[in-house]
Design a protein around this ligand. Structure first.
Ligand SMILES: [Zn+2]
Length: 339
């Protein structure tokens, strides 16, 4: 046998061993939040070797009541399926889940419409397992300006929410808001801030992506930028590993490998037409942003081992790769949730 393939094979085996022992974190699922969703689909992440997933239970497009109903249904499922899943409220729960070969899950909410204008709701969501919250979903709301709307900054109500999240131990997430608004959020937070699922504009110019100033400000808090697997945020509906690695390398060149992770925004729901949803609300998903692309592609967790191999080929150390796969987000959770 020629020597070159042997090298590739041995590296492949080696990276699989690294992947299997690494803590693998996906900071955001793209499953459409609905109490009727069969969460058996979470097995997609478990079977791909993911150890922790933040699953969205609501976003500003939906009524806040649906967020509570979805949260109730998802909690019931995860708690009933304790042989496969762990409802993670603390980092120790994630360590335990990995040891037991289970998927640790907590919840996130995309936009503060879920509070219905009531700050007290933040503590309620925390008590129910929400560990990460975004401030707006593309359009401005009572808390913050959106990325597809007037970038109106963080409001006084939004500032109160940041303080409440810091105090309770919920990760402050700057994805989906406007650039200035995200910098306001970062300035207001006393804890690390993440962009759970946002890609660098410098690699692919899209309003949902984030500029270098935002990336640097996030990293300065100790935070992490989660690379989004949606093809229209990576390029021209492009989910090639090469493309994803270009996004990762840009962030690494800018702020170092300790501030990169994955928030793939992935959904295995084959019965949901993402394109139809995006076209149904042109206010939240406005024209000119590729939302009308037919057959939007999506990188899922099955690509993660190959991405790890690609990182090694680009000079990332094993330690760096472990960080990108999940260690970096775990560091943020340890700093934020433990309050
Ligand atoms: Zn999102």
């Amino acid at each position: 046998m020629a020597s070159a393939p042997q090298v590739v094979d041995s590296q492949g085996e080696d990276i699989q061993a690294l992947y299997d022992t690494a803590l693998v974190w996906d900071a955001h699922a793209g499953v459409f939040p609905d109490p009727k969703v069969d969460l058996s689909l979470l097995d997609t992440w478990r079977e791909a070797g993911v150890d922790y997933l933040s699953i969205n239970v609501g976003f500003d497009v939906l009524d806040w009541q649906q967020t509570l109903a979805t949260l109730a249904a998802y909690r019931r499922f995860v708690l009933a399926e304790g042989n496969r899943f762990v409802l993670a409220g603390a980092v120790a729960d994630i360590d335990r889940a990995k040891q037991e070969g289970k998927l640790a899950v907590s919840f996130d909410i995309e936009g503060m419409n879920a509070l219905n204008g009531n700050l007290d709701m933040v503590a309620l969501y925390h008590a129910l397992g929400v560990r990460q919250m975004l401030f707006a979903y593309n359009l401005k709301n009572a808390a913050a300006g959106g990325c597809h709307d007037e970038d109106s900054g963080l409001t006084a109500f939004g500032s109160q929410i940041v303080a409440e999240m810091n105090q309770l131990g919920i990760i402050v997430d700057g994805s989906h808001v406007g650039a200035r608004t995200s910098l306001d959020i970062i300035a207001a937070s006393t804890k690390p801030v993440v962009f759970s699922h946002s890609n660098p504009t410098a690699v692919w110019d899209h309003q949902r992506n984030i500029g270098d100033e935002q990336i640097k400000a996030c990293a300065a808090t100790g935070g992490v930028i989660g690379i989004n697997g949606m093809g229209i945020f990576l390029g021209e509906n492009d989910i090639a590993n090469e493309t994803i690695l270009r996004h990762i390398c840009h962030v690494a060149d800018l702020v170092g490998p300790d501030h990169i992770g994955f928030g793939l925004d992935y959904s295995p729901q084959i019965d949901v037409d993402v394109g139809a949803i995006l076209r149904s609300r042109p206010d939240y998903w406005p024209a000119g942003n590729l939302y009308d692309t037919r057959g939007i592609k999506h990188a899922g967790p099955s690509q993660l081992p190959d991405l790890a191999l690609g990182l090694r080929a680009r000079g990332f150390s094993d330690n760096d790769i472990r960080g990108v796969l999940g260690g970096n987000f775990l560091r943020v959770a340890a700093a934020v949730w433990a309050t």
